[in-house]
Design a protein around this ligand. Structure first.
Ligand SMILES: [Fe+2]
Length: 169
């Protein structure tokens, strides 16, 4: 398990103003780590949109273009992500036919109380370990389609999503 200090870290304002830094951030995430921390974004809504639009088009999901996650929001009765419960390891948007290439999360305010740590898994590393330790099992996960389903309550009603694909693709 990596420590927090191993995460590549970039500064929000520098990413907005420095093309080389923006390039380095993207290349780091896409080709090396799959994840990076961006520090010192203003603690107000809209910052993800500003940074995201520096890179490309934003992708709307069933949760909206810029979903706001609050513990005990109106979504908390049916979405664990909107509760103050621990989230088990999971993959976001597995149920989508088209998965966003990059997900950005901006913590504006930490909820009161205990917890709140972010845990991330290096799925490429896990897949490589599995490939080395049990290539037959790895091939099963590469070749066996699995159905992923999600029902989300949206402003216009319930949104049903389903996708069928192998766990490793
Ligand atoms: Fe998630």
């Amino acid at each position: 398990m990596s420590e927090e200090g191993n995460l590549p870290t970039f500064q929000f304002k520098k990413l907005l103003n420095d093309e080389q830094e923006l390039y380095k951030w993207l290349v780091t995430m896409i080709t090396q780590t799959g994840i990076a921390r961006v520090e010192n974004a203003p603690k107000e809504k809209g910052q993800l949109q500003i940074l995201g639009e520096r890179v490309g088009y934003l992708m709307e999901t069933t949760y909206g273009l810029l979903p706001e996650v609050r513990a005990f929001s109106e979504h908390s009765t049916h979405e664990i992500g909107y509760s103050d419960s621990n989230l088990p390891m999971h993959s976001d948007y597995s149920f989508n036919q088209v998965v966003p290439a990059v997900a950005m999360i901006h913590c504006i305010e930490q909820t009161d109380g205990e917890g709140g740590a972010n845990l991330w898994v290096d799925a490429f590393h896990a897949a490589n370990l599995l490939y080395e330790e049990d290539p037959e099992l790895f091939q099963i996960l590469v070749n066996t389609p699995v159905i992923f389903r999600n029902v989300t309550k949206t402003q216009v009603g319930h949104m049903y999503n389903e996708s069928r694909h192998p766990l490793i693709r």
